[in-house]
Ligand binder design. Structure first.
Ligand SMILES: O=C(O)[C@H](O)COP(=O)(O)O
Length: 206
């Protein structure tokens, strides 16, 4: 057995609440989002987890979520690396549009393909494959070495950057990833084997 990797999607953002495509735009958390993030921290604390290093994106909703968690686990000044490689999928021309308006304009099926397929990018944006092409190398080069040294690593990021990471981590197919949804503020704890494969997975739902 090797180390521990905890992935958490940010708490509800203002644009999640308004049902807008967000991507690389930078809205803050809602009241609910702040409390989801604090609750995630309390659940991680109850598991007795103590982190060695944390990673997040350059977007404030993930950074604020991370800080709430670190405050709750009693490690407010933990070393934290911020990198745009962990940003949400770039939603391109859909950014800022209402998701129901987009369904009315382009159809339910097309919008679902843009949101959940592996290799169809939204107009002007990134497919999940494109997102994985920046997330996975960053994970392998920067994050995974800590886990393989036996450390406990926290990554606070986004729905689709984490779906791309989970796909590679679990070896999911492009069919299997379609059904993978990540709730806001719900930590997922992976224990990794020394050969970097997944030994166990636990979802810390409320
Ligand atoms: O960028 C966004 O709009 C959300 O964070 C994720 O959106 P999705 O669930 O529509 O992919």
């Amino acid at each position: 057995m090797s180390g521990t990797l905890v992935l958490v999607r940010h708490g509800q953002s203002e644009w999640n609440l308004k049902n807008l495509f967000t991507g690389w735009r930078d809205p803050g958390l809602t009241e609910l989002g702040h409390s989801e993030a604090k609750a995630a921290g309390q659940r991680l604390k109850a598991k007795g987890l103590h982190f060695d290093i944390a990673y997040t994106s350059v977007l404030s909703r993930a950074q604020v979520t991370l800080q709430h968690i670190l405050d709750e686990v009693g490690q407010p000044a933990l070393q934290t690396i911020r990198d745009q490689a962990l940003n949400e999928r770039d939603y391109g021309d859909l950014s800022g549009l209402n998701k129901d308006d987009a369904r009315a304009k382009w159809g339910e099926d097309q919008v679902h393909i843009w949101r959940r397929s592996y290799d169809v990018p939204p107009p002007g944006g990134e497919s999940l494959r494109d997102t994985g092409a920046r997330v996975w190398p960053y994970y392998l080069h920067d994050v995974q070495p800590h886990v393989l040294r036996g450390e406990t690593v926290l990554v606070a990021a986004h729905g689709n950057s984490l779906r791309a990471l989970i796909m590679a981590l679990e070896g999911l197919t492009s069919e299997e990833i379609i059904a993978q949804e990540l709730a806001t503020g719900v930590p997922v704890i992976y224990r990794l084997n020394a050969d970097s494969t997944v030994a166990s997975k636990e979802v810390l739902a409320a």
